[in-house]
Design a protein around this ligand. Sequence first.
Ligand SMILES: [Zn+2]
Length: 201
Amino acid sequence: MLFPVDSGKEEAVGARAGRLHVIAGCMSSGKTGELIRLLSRHAVTGESIVIYKHSVDSRDGCKARSRLGTEMEARVVDGPEGIDGSDCRVVAIEEAQFFGDGLVPVVRRLLAEGRLVYVTGLNQDFRGEPFGVMPTLMALADELSLLTAICQKCHGIATRTQRIIDGRPAPWDSPLILVGGADYYEARCPDCHEVPGRPGE
Ligand SMILES: [Zn+2]
């Protein structure tokens, strides 16, 4: 669903302060489903909406798709400079951790223009460390949703993202990008989250 702007609605942008809602959480915590739920409220009122996703997030192509089966059209961009949003009151950015620090000034600009900005992303990387631009965006947020998942090992409450390489927990110093894609990710609780080789342990 992409909602074209008509001239009447475009004038409303900037009349009120922008607002940033960050939806953070680990793998499989339902971030995209929550984003689509929140955006669908704006769809009811006919506000123009756009979702941006990074081209490195190639799953699902030009779609933001949730595990609930809900989906919305998305614009695929190669970096923060591809995010314009000038034709939409509501601007969503999926998987913000894929965008570098350059995303912060873009979000600030969208807010200064009076837009309603929604951002999803992993708050922690596979090591359990703050992930890229997400901590800054969470600090700037007017509203924050921190979602949890179910641990795939013990079925407790998961807040971490476990990286697995060749069937084993990925060591601390494993490269962030693996050619061949022998790695995958799953939700884990803090007790079951394993990072061999963590400094200081
Ligand atoms: Zn667990």
